[in-house]
Design a protein around this ligand. Sequence first.
Ligand SMILES: [Zn+2]
Length: 1145
Amino acid sequence: MKLSRQFTVFGSAIFCVVIFSLYLMLDRGHLDYPRGPRQEGSFPQGQLSMLQEKIDHLERLLAENNEIISNIRDSVINLSESVEDGSRSSQGNFSQGAGLRPLPSQPSLQVDPKDCLFASQRGSQRPDVQMLDVYHLMPFDNPDGGVWKQGFDIKYEANEWDTEPLQVFVVPHSHNDPGWLKTFNDYFRDKTQYIFNNMVLKLKEDSSRKFMWSEISYLSKWWDIIDIPKKEAVKSLLQNGQLEIVTGGWVMPDEATAHYFALIDQLIEGHQWLEKNLGVKPRSGWAIDPFGHSPTMAYLLKRAGFSHMLIQRVHYAVKKHFALHKTLEFYWRQNWDQGSVTDILCHMMPFYSYDIPHTCGPDPKICCQFDFKRLPGGRFGCPWGILPEAISPGNVHVRAQLLLDQYRKKSKLFRTKVVLAPLGDDFRYSEYSEWDLQFRNYEQLFNYMNSQPQFNVKIQFGTLSDYFDALDKADAAERRNGQSTFPVVSGDFFTYADRDDHYWSGYFTSRPFYKRMDRIMESHLRAAEILYYFALKQAQKHRIHKFLSSPYYTALTEARRNLGLFQHHDAITGTAKDWVVVDYGNRLFHSLLGLEKIIGDSAFLLILKDKLMYESHSSDSFLEMDLKQKSQDSLPQKTIIQLSKKPRYLVVFNPLEQDRNSVVSICVSSPKVQVFSDSGKPVEVQVSAVWNDAITVSGQAYEISFLAHTPPLGLTVYKILESDNSNSHLADYLVYNGKTEESEIFKIKSMPNTKEAITLENSFLMVQFDQSGLMEKMITKEDGKHHKVKVHFSWYGTTSRRDKSGAYLFLPDGNAQPYVYMTLPLVRVTHGKIYSEVICFFEHVTHKVRLYHVHGIEGQSVEISNIVDIRNLYNREIAMRISSEINSQNKFYTDLNGYQIQPRVTMNKLPLQANVYPMTTMAYVQDAERRLTLLSAQSLGVSSLISGRIEVIMDRRLMQDDNRGLGQGVHDNKITANLFRILLERRSVTDMREEINSVGYPSLLSHVTSSFLNHPVFPMTVKAEFSPTLELLNEFPLLVSPFPCDIHLVNMRTIQSKVGSGYSDEAALILHRIGFDCQFPSRDTGLLCSTTQGKMLVQKIFNKFTIESLTPSSLSLMHSPPDAQNISEISLSPMEISTFRIRLR
Ligand SMILES: [Zn+2]
């Protein structure tokens, strides 16, 4: 019985292999036929090179097929094993005999059953503290704690330190925001440069003085203007440990709205600068001001070689809970970690703030008296009423006792007798007098305390790592059976509240225009980095001097730095002054223009048939981007491509590591158009109207859309020309609730008001809309089931209480009210061959739902794009709600930094605003049968206040400050675009126990859809004047075959040279093996890849480029493993992000 079943499985699988290979051959078959009609003279020379191209292409296909077949063979072996071993058949539906199913119409995604184990094992070994549990436990009752208002009374016995003295590290620091109330440059000019200058002078006066720095953006700016003796002085301060660089990123990034691509990039930028200029390697993380903390940051620091980190802005009730249980110092372990490899020791600061009144101990009234910048006569006082006293022999005894009492109380919240007492604040130590005041007064206190045996204290200045070193020592001494004294914590620290019901969930959405622009910038930077490195190698090989290797590297560096700067916790968060926002916007905008040029010129060099042709043309850009943004605060617009009878080249770059069928839409000057594929075959084209506004059709421009097949990381060339025998398909229009102007070209039909639903339909889905043009229902064709998926808009006002919503805070006036409209909006329905869509025009939102007629990934989800304009509103926030009948109860899932999924529970004991969480790339709700995912192309705030519903806040306009120092509201709103996809998936879960788990994973389809959304293809046209004379390759894939479906190329970033300002021969290859959930159908997903247990053979990665060397490195290139050597196989664990140094030839 068992044998025959095995035989059937094996037999069916073999059959699949054959059919699959046949399919691939047919699918690519057209490439093997002689070229279709081509313009005479387009091949003036080189029939041979054409042949060579074809052979190369065939070779590539062969390699690809071999790869697939070997993967399938592995899968079949695994499959038969798992059938044999009945106990394993519950691990996802792939092991349940996929071969027994009827043959799929498309090749199935090939997932190695072993690759499903990770997600099915569901999360970490039980940590000591799981944040989800803590939220269930905590009462959130906010009682008055006395002097420590949000805490409790701390008591101690006088003899507690008799046997082991208290060890105190007073850690001077200065928090420098790279832009907030002033721009980055203005802060540097007015404050930061003086901090550095005085630091050198004042630290040199006494070697026991210490200082720390974290923002490399500032340090590098200062470095550029100082002389060599000063540089030497800084180096010696670093060498003797007086100065420490903590974290060493370009900025101290926000951890809620930043994507891990940008988090890594700014960390590398900072670390590369440090390596080159100072030769120091930071060891400890320091994040005192980001508004809530993400475990993603902990993971990235761990991967960068850090062993310790510090966080500060955590919900006051969580701090109190952690203080009560002495868990303020803990090993932070990733939710998904099934061992302990991600553990990093984390110190959570216990009190309200990182300023001096809140860092010496629980009583700010006392601690404030030890901030000697506030001495009487200065500009600052103490809001608690008692001013500091300068230390003198007359008062030192009393003052020392007073301060020591605070240190002792603070130490009672921790498990060791080592105390960290940070001494600093925003932009502190800018005047030399402040250095003197703080250092001299503390020196007197230290001398006195250390000289009094009955105090049992050893106190000194220190840096963060001095503290952590002492902590490690204390931990080592107290270890029992090798067990650390510190507990293990898993989970995250969102949503932050600093007092009462003041939750910082507003900033998840504030200034959404720039949150979207940030993501666009990220995809451009990534594409430019990858293309640049390959183009650089080609330019070197063919000695192309006109390729601007050096200026482009400079522009890339500038773009990295501007993107890095924008990750700062007052930049991407939308919490800076209006003009500072404009400064960030200009930086992003100018870098975006620079990146477009790099992408265009690099792509051009790569796709050029005869590379030497590059040399003979002027170095002005050859390729033009399809999208152009005119200014820092305007939306990107499509350029109109002028067509003629002579064909123009359109080069499409697929920046992803997967084969891709994506719809390309461009604007052209004529509706009579033909598009030819790389093989010369005419391509099906949809011609749609370009609308000037809701009702007028443009007479000058037409949109053409077609399905572009692009190889992984590949360039594909299409030709477009004006042609009378165009067989393009004109889109048809239906208009509801109003009339539009007529068109000479398009059929536009005004529809009477009927009760009949508006529908869109492709091979996977039917989508129904109500009379307002809002989605109501999705019908999945595979099973014919109807699902309520209702989209509507709603808005929040702000509370009538004194404290109102602002840039940081969300303080709504209760539940959102439905967005009301007196008359039905104009609804315009487009029916086309390539896509169909419904657009409805509300006063504040133009809402578009599009369905692609693609039998692949793009066809499986619905695209939603909104243009939001709330510039005429006051104290309003506008949200989009997606309601379903999914029985998610109070659970939902949001991603953290696009890297991992964090389960959430909506809690009635918390105010509404506490139940809003950051969404970087996705949020989903699910029950046993379905999962509904909202995929996002920008960071926004999201909640699920009702079972089955996802609500996303799209923009907010708030007229007042919310008392967190910004001093203004957010009312510089722009016309803002946001982009989403809705994916409804069938789940095959029988065991609902996993629902209580602390971790979740998207399906592979969801991952890839998210990648498509965040990394769109780049269509570029060759300038009209070049098109007729140039010869381009038909396509140029940079990869031999697609990456395994679960490996994402995060970046390939050219490494700086060791000398000078230029580039080196190497790049940082950054790979992420994503975690995915297998409990979804694998058939018909449109995914053309397989999984390989995280393995990739190095020599089989790149097409036409040879890997000279590939060595493992730490994430930010700071460290090489001791056994680092050239490797021939890459092997990644699930969820792992790894960096390799790579050199191509
Ligand atoms: Zn700050």
